[in-house]
Design a protein. Structure first.
Length: 375
């Protein structure tokens, strides 16, 4: 593996034209850029108030947290942790970004997972799904498939998201926002003191003081809710991390191996805590844990999107069953008649029991859902 380090000094911009493989970036407290690659070419050149980097394979990059990163093309996946301004033309695979100043991106080929951005997020095109949470600035994004959004609108911010399929937006109970909603299929709103909009496809409404604006357009279903999920209320952990001296690389490797084997059981809060302290550890430890962190973040985000999607589908089935029963009850040919009972399939029953076990629905809701499906 090739490795190079260059002091940034007063330079605040790092430019990369092309990365032929994956990219992993983390911000640190040192005033220098450190680059590693498994390829044959690695160049770091300081010129004209910027640093240029060239490589021919996967790249692992550490740079000051306040540095600006400009990249033309990343062939495969990209991961960013604790970074400043990020500007990218194209990412061929997945994007995972946590803790950044801002993000400007023209296109990402697959999924995008974005969390904890202090400023604005602008993405011209996402090929597949978007998972977005805790962005304080303006948001502008176009999504090919589904979008799952956790937004706490700040005063005077504007957010515009379009999706080819479904959109789920979760808002805090006390959100001050003006909503402009457009759904290709069903529009469902579940917020305090707000009339639900089952079956409608377009609606504008104000919540609170309406000091922010959110415009959403979904090709499929669109759901807006302030209901929290169990995973959204997890407590924060303040975990002191062990000190490892760089003079003991074998100890660092052994400890990293033990930690990485146990990381599948750690809550997200511990991952966030570890990621902010990686530069305190020896290189081999930090690299191994960083790879594991990236894998865990991608896995967690995919599970989150899958769970949200299943919940949406189950709720839609329940609404459709209830609407069907109402139509049949009011049909003239059925006046005074009892409907024939249709047995619930094992798959449907298991899905309802799983939702009940995971506390996505109450026992009363489960009973109503079974009754609606049997109608």
């Amino acid at each position: 593996m090739k490795k190079k380090t260059l002091t940034m000094g007063q330079i605040s911009v790092l430019e990369i034209m092309d990365i032929p493989g994956d990219l992993r970036v983390r911000g640190w407290e040192h005033n220098e850029v450190q680059a590693k690659t498994s390829g044959d070419i690695l160049e770091l050149i300081a010129k004209d108030e910027k640093i240029s980097l060239k490589c021919d394979d996967d790249l692992i990059l550490s740079l000051p947290k306040n540095a600006k990163l400009k990249i033309a093309n990343i062939a495969d996946d990209a991961s960013f942790r604790n970074v400043g301004q990020v500007e990218i033309d194209n990412i061929g695979g997945d994007l995972s970004l946590r803790y950044a100043t801002s993000l400007t991106l023209k296109s990402v080929g697959d999924d995008a997972s974005i969390r904890n951005v202090a400023g604005a997020v602008s993405i011209d095109q996402i090929g597949d799904d978007l998972y977005l949470r805790d962005v304080e600035g303006n948001i502008n994004a176009s999504v090919g498939d589904d979008a799952i959004l956790y937004i706490s609108p700040q005063k005077d911010t504007q957010h515009k998201i379009t999706a080819g399929d479904d959109i789920l937006l979760r808002l805090p109970d006390n959100a001050d926002v003006r909503l402009d909603l457009n759904a290709g299929d069903e529009l469902n709103i579940d917020c305090p003191n707000t009339e639900k909009s089952d079956g409608k496809q377009r609606r504008k409404l104000d919540l609170g003081l309406a000091t922010a604006k959110i415009t959403l357009s979904a090709g499929g279903d669109l759901r807006v809710t302030s209901a929290s999920e169990p995973w959204a209320d997890a407590a924060s952990f303040d975990i002191p991390l062990p000190f490892l001296d760089a003079d003991f690389p074998k100890l660092a490797d052994d400890f990293a191996e033990k930690i990485s084997r146990k990381m599948d059981t750690f809550p997200d809060e511990i991952f966030d805590e570890i990621s902010t302290h990686l530069d305190d550890f020896p290189d081999r430890f930090a690299e191994r844990i960083s790879r594991k962190l990236d894998s865990k973040y991608r896995e967690a985000d995919k599970k989150m999107r899958k769970a949200e999607k299943k919940a949406q589908e189950a709720e839609k089935k329940m609404r459709q069953a209830e609407q069907k029963q109402k139509r049949e009850n009011f049909a003239p040919e059925n006046w005074g008649k009892k409907g024939k009972s249709t047995p619930v399939s094992n798959d449907e029953r298991l899905l309802i029991l799983k939702m009940l076990e995971e506390k996505k629905i109450s026992a009363e809701d489960a009973s109503k859902l079974l009754a609606a499906l049997e109608a």
